[in-house]
Write a protein that binds this ligand. Structure first.
Ligand SMILES: [Zn+2]
Length: 348
């Protein structure tokens, strides 16, 4: 069968292998036929050789962590043949740490977790894969064209879950949300904000291309201005750029009792001048919280599946910029300015 693979840490080692072995039974009882795999910046960094780790004893890593497939067989009876399914990316560390011990692998404390298509577990960019029931998430049949969005949606479902848990520290009636960055994560964070009935603002550098219209189609307001020029103080900020100036401006901009959730990963290595004392003062005097959020556990995957099932399916479809047949795989990993989400199509 076909598999899209890299030799981890070797730049430009991306290859489609036609004779990849069938998934091993140890990978899980549920056998799945791949429908599609979403592509994101993490894949591009792995292809560039920045990171990635093959399973023990192997020299190639199958890519793909944004999965969508159809169940071929499930002898455990958890799912039925024909059901749509996605595989949870992260598995708990073997120690396990206190969080992984209770299946909060998104909060792993020792970094020894493994991740499909990224770290020591084979990815989902292959014709067939297997998954254990514990890591298999069923999807509503309506999501067949867009179910590969479940993984990025799980990331924002976790962000919202943690924002709301923090909000419950006191009386909390949020009204306005600022999402910085209108890539897939930012747009999905905005979707979940609109589902909560909040007044949603999305900020991005783009003045053309699909982003402004995608934001407006949600009923949200699009801003192509610096954060400092916004004329409101958001109750919640979901930061999805990782751009240092945007991150700092967002922390200063949040209103009283504001919660700033950082989801963008900065590359680091650049320094900028800022007044740390003024930031401390702004955070303390307004009871503000800044938190980082990464990955998702099973509960968040299930919340994400519900959120996608009740979203406007045409809007979700419009996030998919291109569907690239597996045979043209390399085209999926070279993204352009007009691309929101590119997917590898295993059915073509
Ligand atoms: Zn752990």
């Amino acid at each position: 069968m076909r598999a899209v693979t890299v030799s981890p840490r070797v730049p430009d080692s991306l290859r489609l292998i036609e004779e990849w072995p069938e998934p091993a039974p140890e990978e899980g009882a549920i056998l799945v036929e791949a429908l599609a795999v979403g592509v994101c910046g993490t894949d591009q960094e792995i292809i560039a050789g920045a990171y990635g780790e093959a399973p023990p004893g192997q020299d190639r890593l199958v890519l793909g962590h944004e999965s969508l497939g159809r169940v071929l067989e499930d002898p455990t009876g958890t799912l039925q043949a024909g059901d749509l399914v996605a595989g949870i990316v992260r598995h708990p560390d073997p120690v396990p740490c206190p969080n992984c011990a209770v299946d909060e692998w998104d909060m792993c404390r020792n970094g020894q977790y493994t991740e499909h298509g990224i770290k020591a577990l084979p990815g989902f960019a292959r014709d067939r894969w297997r998954v254990q029931p514990k890591f298999a998430v069923g999807l509503d049949p309506v999501l067949a064209p867009v179910g590969m969005l479940l993984e990025p949606t799980s990331v924002v479902a976790k962000a919202w879950d943690h924002i709301e848990r923090i909000g419950r520290r006191a009386e909390w009636k949020p009204q306005t949300v600022l999402v910085t960055g209108a890539g897939p994560i930012g747009l999905l964070a905005a979707l979940l904000a609109t589902q909560r009935g909040l007044s949603v603002h999305v900020l991005d550098r783009a003045t053309e291309g699909p982003k402004p219209d995608l934001v407006r189609a949600l009923g949200a307001t699009y801003h192509a201005t610096p954060v400092t020029e916004l004329d409101f103080a958001p109750d919640v900020v979901v930061e999805c750029t990782g751009a240092p100036v945007v991150v700092l401006d967002a922390m200063f901009k949040a209103g009283p009792t504001g919660i700033v959730c950082l989801t963008g990963v900065s590359s680091g290595g650049r320094t900028i001048d800022f007044d740390a004392g003024a930031l401390n003062r702004a955070l303390v005097l307004e009871n503000n919280v800044v938190l980082g959020s990464v990955n998702a556990n099973r509960r968040h995957w299930e919340l994400a599946a519900e959120a996608l099932a009740r979203a406007d399916q045409a809007w979700l479809n419009s996030l998919i910029s291109r569907r690239v047949p597996v045979e043209a795989y390399a085209e999926a990993y070279t993204t352009g300015p007009e691309d929101i989400k590119v997917v590898l199509d295993f059915t073509a």
